[in-house]
Design a protein around this ligand. Structure first.
Ligand code: ARG
Length: 486
């Protein structure tokens, strides 16, 4: 339809190469809504007549339920929709739909509308997953486990503490996406191909009709930039690395060597040969798909970085990277939530592992500090005690007075005091005495859980408000249209 300046049509192979029609199925509805707001604005500003707007709006309305024929020969959804509108409304009216606009402001409008919806969906999925983490944490405030650094046992901790750490990570993902939304939700509509239009349009009114918070003022910026796409996909790439890390923890903990957790059957896969296998494929795929999202981000950044200002067709290629990123993150969050809610936690194994090693060594050193001994000295004593216990393959509370004296002899410290402290220190006492803000201590779990439950509710209120603001604007638009075309 647009090739009036050009002599020949595209060959099938070139059309297939140039066309984005398959990727465009994801933005078809947004394209219709954007066109409706645009023509309504044209009518309200006396640029087209009531008769024109009624015909165009009716045609667009009927297209909302249409299954588009992607083999129609159109280069993209914008061309296809305009062709269909002209077919339904006639050239005299339908031919006016594209007045004072361009596919360049149209496509970026559609992408912005799609991403803002995806952000809202993902924010809600994040809150559901955080809720699952916090509710599991509630049940595991007494579940003792080792905490690791370098994947070596480090300190005694609680499973709730681990789960709450992941909840906090996801709260930050929410915050990041929430901030990105404000950069995305700005309308480029009416910017035209690059430099605006001589027709007296009202860009603010279309922005309002479509639920945008404002407009991208500079028409060159509005049509060229895809920084909002890069930002969105970067935020999701960070989110995915966080989910990937949780997946990796769970993969390790579900091995028979660890046996800390068992995944529900529905989140595991069998082997084609080894009948006993229960593989954590689903979590492995979160790791794998994270790589794919990072690849999407790389594809987007490399597309943008060398592009001259103004629209370039290269930009068409980034759409599939956006869709894939959204789909992966939504599924990964839904699946993780279900994994958490069906997880079997092997509390006995977790505690056994925490007791088996010398995780109370730091607690013993800290208790000696409370008798006025410098930490560097108490660290040395506790280290010496671990060494002897390890050499004779026994736990610290089985050390004899003679063995303890051997360690304390260089210092003036009373071996009886050391013996008393060792005897009264267990993994449980250690967690009772762990008091610092945000620590693995028992008391801190209760406080943090209460706080995060409240935080989830506050975040839900803001997420719902954003959803509602957009729905309200689009409902108003729809009512206006129905009123006009009835
Ligand atoms: N299909 C194009 C895209 O996805 C739409 C914009 C085309 N604009 C143009 N001037 N060729 O980016």
């Amino acid at each position: 339809m647009y090739r009036s300046r050009l002599g020949t049509d595209l060959s099938d192979i070139t059309l297939d190469y140039v066309s984005s029609i398959n990727d465009d199925s994801q933005i078809a509805l947004y394209d219709i809504l954007g066109s409706q707001a645009h023509v309504l604005m044209l009518y309200e500003n006396k640029i087209i007549t009531k008769n024109d707007v009624k015909k165009i709006l009716s045609a667009l309305e009927s297209l909302k339920n249409e299954k588009f024929d992607v083999s129609s020969g159109a280069e993209d959804i914008h061309e296809l929709i305009e062709t269909l509108v002209i077919k339904k409304a006639g050239m005299t009216s339908g031919g006016k739909m594209h007045t004072a606009r361009s596919r360049n402001d149209q496509v970026t409008l559609d992408i912005r509308m799609k991403i803002r919806d995806d952000i809202n969906i993902i924010c809600n999925c994040l809150l559901d997953t955080i809720e699952a983490l916090v509710s599991l944490a509630k049940n595991h405030q007494k579940t003792i486990m080792p905490l690791y650094t370098h994947l070596q046992q480090a300190q005694v901790g609680l499973f709730s503490h681990y789960l709450l750490a992941q909840a906090d990570v996801l709260f930050r993902d929410f915050d990041r996406l929430y901030a990105t939304f404000s950069h995305v939700n700005q309308s480029p509509l009416g910017a035209g191909p690059v430099g605006g239009t001589s027709i007296a349009i009202d860009r603010h009114s279309t922005a309002k009709m479509l639920g945008f918070d404002g407009i991208l003022e500079n028409s060159l910026d509005a049509t060229s930039t895809r920084d909002f796409v890069a930002e969105y996909v970067a935020m999701i790439a960070i989110l995915m690395t966080n989910l990937s890390r949780i997946s990796e923890d769970f993969v390790i903990w579900s091995t028979s060597e660890f046996s800390f957790i068992e995944l529900a059957d529905e989140f595991t896969s069998p082997s084609s040969v080894m009948p006993q296998k229960k593989n954590p494929d689903i979590l492995e795929l979160t790791r794998g798909k994270t790589a794919q999202v990072i690849g999407n981000l790389t594809a987007i950044l490399t597309t943008i970085k060398g592009l001259a200002s103004g629209y370039g067709r290269d930009l068409q290629q980034i759409k599939s990277s956006i869709w894939s990123t959204s789909k992966i993150s939504i599924s990964a969050l839904l699946i993780l939530k279900s994994i958490l809610l069906t997880l079997h936690v092997n509390e006995k194994e977790m505690k056994k592992a925490a007791e088996y090693s010398y995780l109370i060594a730091l607690d013993i050193a800290e208790k000696l500090v409370q008798s006025g001994i410098p930490f560097r000295t108490t660290h040395k004593i506790a280290g010496g005690l671990v060494q002897i216990a390890h050499q004779s393959n026994k736990s610290m509370n089985k050390l004899s007075m003679k063995e303890i004296s051997k360690i304390t002899q260089e210092t003036k410290i009373d071996p009886n005091l050391v013996m008393k402290i060792i005897q009264s220190t267990t993994v449980t006492s250690s967690l009772k005495e762990r008091k610092s803000f945000g620590s693995s201590g028992y008391d801190e779990q209760k406080r943090m859980i209460e706080d995060r439950v409240k935080k989830i509710n506050d975040y839900r209120i803001s997420a719902t408000k954003r959803d509602n603001d957009i729905s309200k604007a689009l409902d108003d638009l729809s009512n206006k249209i129905i009123e006009l075309i009835k």
